[in-house]
Design a protein around this ligand. Sequence first.
Ligand code: ATP
Ligand code: MG
Length: 412
Amino acid sequence: MQDLLPEKQEIFRHIAHTIGDVLSAYGYREVGLPLLESTGLFERVVGEATDIVEKEMYTFDDRNGDSLTLRPEGTAGCVRFAQQHGLAFNQVQRFFYAGPMFRYERPQKGRYRQFEQIGVECFGMAGPDIDAELLMLLGRIWRELGIVGSVELELNSLGSADSRAVYRKSLVEYLSQHKAGLDADSLRRLETNPLRILDSKDPGTREILAGAPKLNEFLDEESKLHFDDLRRTLDRMQQPYRVNPSIVRGLDYYNRTVFEWTTDKLGAQGTVCGGGRYDGLFEQVGGKHTPAVGFAIGLDRLALMLEPGYEHRPEADIYVVSAGAAARTSALMLAEQVRDGFPALRVQVHCGDGKFKSQMKRADAVGARLALIIGEDEVAADTVSVKHLREEGQQVSVGSGALNDYLAKVFV
Ligand code: ATP
Ligand code: MG
């Protein structure tokens, strides 16, 4: 689990704001969801035989003996939330949420045990149009973040639950004839979750998979039409994508459209966003049929991408320096006046005594463009001395009441 230094946190906040703005421009509303849910919810929704439930959850008993789990992903909680508040069945909803997720994984670059996601879930829309809109929305997010050239959209269709069952059977039949060449994990999955073998990274297993039956040959007619329509729409909207038949996603609940956005800028941890449809999930957890589609963006990996060229804002735009007890109060008052007039400017007051010289050093160190200087003379004359720190030796005296007008000309 990482501590985030201010520079890093600033990037996270920029990313979260940018994404939040795009989402609200598309009519998505933010919801606040608990970091904990009952363990059974994740077992039912994410699936017993997934990596997450098998080995990645932080699970504990509370004082009442109830088993709780720190959320490893957001869809389960959001589905629980929508059911509980009657916000899904027979309705159209566009929700998003932001915050930390927890998975017991091997920590490395781009993979942490607490990480940030922004998740989006759409309820009540069955057609490929909403799938397309979500992908266009993501394209816009990458453009706003300035990384559109570094990410690629990979698409697949998993078909219906029924067509997947038929495919699963045929895949198991094929792989059972090649057991000797499979890695240990894949052998185990052959019994528990054979589709997950498709994203095995083991070279031997990959070789065997090359000759395996393909999921797209088993798609049911409706899923095929859905996928063709989505592809046509993306083509017309000039959103590039690549069909990647080995995308199966790590969670059990998906059907039809699944997608990942990947980058080659982060080494092995190259997926920055994953999602897809989960039309059967509400029924699976005891609700009524509600078509649904969503995705989750991993903010930590985006932050790694943005970090190298990120232009941090200075700690302060204006630094207020003072000498003497009377001036100290004037400094605080003046700073409030500036904040009233310029809410977006960063104004820092030097608190605690200090020599004038060291205060000015500090003003420079925090990157301020202006120092506002208040000494005994200024207090007596009700003025402030304004020193420009980034331009050649200018210092001007301004009446306190005229300061905001002066600043308006500097910070246009
Ligand atoms: P991966 O294949 O990299 O393990 P995943 O399929 O487990 O990813 P999802 O559950 O789809 O990931 O989560 C969506 C996004 O959340 C991922 O694309 C990734 O950007 C981010 N993410 C997932 N796990 C982690 C983690 N442990 N640390 C940082 N980010 C993560
Ligand atoms: Mg994972």
